[in-house]
Design a protein around this ligand. Structure first.
Ligand code: NAD
Length: 353
């Protein structure tokens, strides 16, 4: 017998649909936010974490789903922006029944929202969701399964670092440039390898000291502590761990000429983009730079047969978009983050009209 679900609407101006999903039998409380379907079905991952309150979970899902609209549009994908969150510690309450209940809630949106892996979720969890819904990507196997997105994410960041370097230093050549990488997880580790092979010198930090030790051994990287890395002298900072690290208390201490990395929501607020600009630090907007992952996931949602060609084409287009953003920002003397937001608004405006 299937569990009865309670699904209700959450009032969220600016979003198309936000659902609250509850299932007493499995302890499920979650939210699905569809920010925009102007460009296509909303796509964005499912995150599970122990939020401090319902308000905190709603705030996260609204912010993340809006971010996906911007990321997907900037990447030239025929996808809108959406995201889902489940409240609770995955280690404590995640169960196949809970996931199946959530999948049934996804079905009520009739394909307006596609989910995938995010924090607290694994490919195996996606397989469980797929037992109930077809609107799921990031599956470990299947005809269009797209696998681990992080190598593609790292490729996108690497090419963006080169483009950022060209704008900031006049050359994309990274030989001898120092790059400080915060976070050596899925994305950071791949990125470090590419940077090392391109001749860059690395300064690295992670809360996991084993990952730092590995980067020191493999790439001759200089270790730094997890927060201290934001004060290291380097040409480029590549944040690849958590969001919100560029804020009014950290920006003053930065000793880099440019920032380009994979972490989502690096700026605590849009104002911090302006602060970076005022300090003369060139910031490559994260939602443009880190779209390789969703490009990879898109091959699964859109059932792209010629996967590698699609990824190559979209990554090349991403590079052109970043170049346009940095060029326009330089011409206007403003923050690239503001220009990137403006460019996406231009893409969305005719569709939303
Ligand atoms: P991950 O969990 O594999 O790695 C994150 C790493 O950061 C871990 O090694 C962790 O120990 C470290 N870390 C956490 N907090 C830290 C801190 N305060 N200081 C230093 N290190 C810290 O995650 P990932 O998949 O590599 O993703 C990294 C970032 O990139 C995240 O913000 C993620 O949202 C974003 N992102 C990832 C992808 C992808 O394809 N995986 C795509 C787009 C964006």
């Amino acid at each position: 017998m299937t569990t009865p679900l309670e699904i209700s609407s959450v009032f969220a101006p600016g979003h198309e649909t936000v659902l609250r999903v509850e299932d007493a039998a499995t302890g499920l409380t979650g939210f699905i936010a569809v920010h925009s379907t102007a460009l296509g079905p909303a796509a964005g991952g499912l995150r599970m974490r122990p939020y401090a309150s319902t308000d905190a979970a709603i705030e996260d899902v609204l912010r993340l789903s809006r971010g996906m609209t911007y990321k997907n549009a900037a990447a030239g994908l025929p996808l809108g922006g959406g995201k889902a969150v489940i409240m609770g510690d995955p280690a404590e309450i995640k169960s196949p029944e809970l996931l199946r209940a959530f999948a049934r809630a996804i079905n009520t949106l009739d394909g307006k929202y596609w989910t995938a892996e995010d924090m607290g979720m694994t490919p195996a969890d996606m397989t469980i969701l797929a037992e109930e819904t077809r609107f799921v990507a990031g599956l470990p196997d299947g005809k269009f399964a797209s696998g681990d997105p992080s190598p593609i994410t790292a490729r996108g960041i690497f090419q963006s670092i080169r483009t950022t370097a060209r704008h900031r230093f006049g050359s994309a050549d990274l030989t001898g440039r120092t790059v400080a990488v915060q976070g050596l997880g899925h994305v950071g580790a791949h990125l470090c390898r590419m940077l090392h092979e391109a001749g860059a010198k690395l300064i690295v930090a992670d809360l996991d000291t084993a990952r730092v030790a590995q980067a020191v051994a493999e790439f001759g990287a200089q270790p730094a502590d997890a927060t201290g890395i934001l004060r290291e002298k380097a040409d480029i900072l590549a944040p690849c761990a958590i969001g919100g690290i560029l804020n009014e208390s950290t920006i003053d201490g930065l000793q880099v000429a440019a920032i380009c990395g994979g972490a989502n929501n690096q700026l605590a607020t849009d104002e911090d983009g302006k602060l970076l600009h005022a300090r003369g630090i060139l910031y490559a907007p994260d939602f443009v730079v880190n779209a390789g992952g969703i490009i990879n996931v898109a091959t699964e949602i859109l059932e792209i047969g010629a996967r590698d060609a699609f990824v190559d084409e979209k990554l090349a287009a991403l590079d052109t978009t970043l170049d346009r953003i940095l060029t326009r920002a330089a011409q206007r003397g403003c923050s690239p983050n503001d220009v990137a937001t403006e460019i996406v608004d231009e893409i969305l405006a005719p569709k939303a009209a």
